[in-house]
Design a protein around this ligand. Structure first.
Ligand SMILES: Nc1ncnc2c1ncn2[C@@H]1O[C@H](COP(=O)(O)OP(=O)(O)OP(=O)(O)O)[C@@H](O)[C@H]1O
Ligand SMILES: [Mg+2]
Length: 281
């Protein structure tokens, strides 16, 4: 009798090394993200130039490219954080399941609340305990949750990001007392707690040790199917391990986006090949 292979929540390294499922092969409540001809600037400096990119629902899209090429700026356009910078401008469109987040009747605060976001530098909320940081977004989204539900969420989410054992006895402390890597995982927990359907991660493992990095990569893997993830990373192996699609940016432009395995094995553009083989950046 033949048996289906067991589906495990924890992917083996072999699975992590090669995620290769047709982007349109799943049914999910996660949104399709379509970035259309997006240009973003700070005063006269153009940081993102005419970028169009589609992120399949429930799939992981990685953005790679050298420092200063516009990765963070692009991410911050998706949740409308870019426009909070003085003199910043943005044109083009960002559609979430067909709805333009830049439409006149859309409230940017609501967009930022709905989209999970972990910024490049950890930004725990000051004047707020570790516990309150974890549930800050959840409280805003679901104000009537009782203390027991909030406590359960705090433990569950901190366990997901591998931080529970380190902070369980100091939940009322100031997050400034945490290390950089701990703060980064706290911010990831804060983004995950409201269970967003779209998650933007800007170098989420930049200050993590190898074990914590692996845990976050596995977490990203387990989100696949339920959450559309856009992750910026300088770690090419990480992009290869966790993403379905990889997009390469250079000088504000999107050079190419392709299925991850194809981009790393047979890039279409010579500049992509030069980057992934370490010839620049
Ligand atoms: N707040 C800002 N004001 C002015 N210019 C900015 C601002 N933030 C970014 N820039 C500029 O926009 C360009 C793109 O920056 P961005 O942070 O998006 O790059 P990045 O690809 O994320 O780089 P890194 O890999 O170093 O994080 C750079 O030239 C940068 O100097
Ligand atoms: Mg950046």
């Amino acid at each position: 009798m033949s048996r289906e292979p067991a589906v495990t929540a924890r992917p083996t390294p072999a699975v992590l090394a090669r995620v290769d499922v047709a982007p349109d092969a799943i049914h999910t409540a996660a949104p399709t993200l379509r970035i259309h001809q997006l240009t973003a600037s700070y005063g006269e400096r153009v940081a993102v130039r005419d970028v169009s990119l589609e992120c399949a629902p429930g799939r992981v899209t990685a953005i790679i490219g050298p420092s200063g090429c516009g990765k963070s700026s692009l991410l911050r356009c998706v949740n409308r954080l870019h426009e909070s910078v003085v003199d910043a401008r943005v044109s083009g469109a960002v559609h979430l399941d067909g709805r333009d987040v830049y439409a006149h009747d859309v409230d940017p605060v609501e967009i930022r609340r709905r989209i999970g976001f972990v910024s490049q530098r950890p930004t725990p909320f000051p004047m707020m305990s570790i516990r309150d940081n974890v549930v800050a977004g959840l409280r805003a989204a679901t104000p009537r949750l009782d203390a027991r539900a909030l406590d359960a969420c705090v433990e569950r989410t901190l366990r997901r990001v591998g931080l529970w054992d380190e902070v369980a006895r100091r939940l009322d402390d100031d997050p400034a007392s945490l290390s950089g890597g701990q703060q980064q995982r706290l911010c990831l927990a804060r983004a995950l707690a409201p269970e967003p359907r779209l998650l933007l991660l800007d170098e989420p493992t930049a200050s993590l040790d190898p074990l914590s990095t692996q845990r976050v990569e596995e977490l990203v893997y387990t989100l696949r199917g339920d959450v559309t993830v856009l992750i910026v990373t300088h770690n090419l192996q990480q992009a290869a391990r966790v993403s379905d699609t990889t997009a390469f940016m250079l000088d504000g432009e999107l050079i190419e986006a392709a299925r991850t395995r194809a981009l790393f094995t047979t890039p279409a553009d010579a500049r992509t090949e030069a980057y992934i083989t370490g010839r620049f950046g």
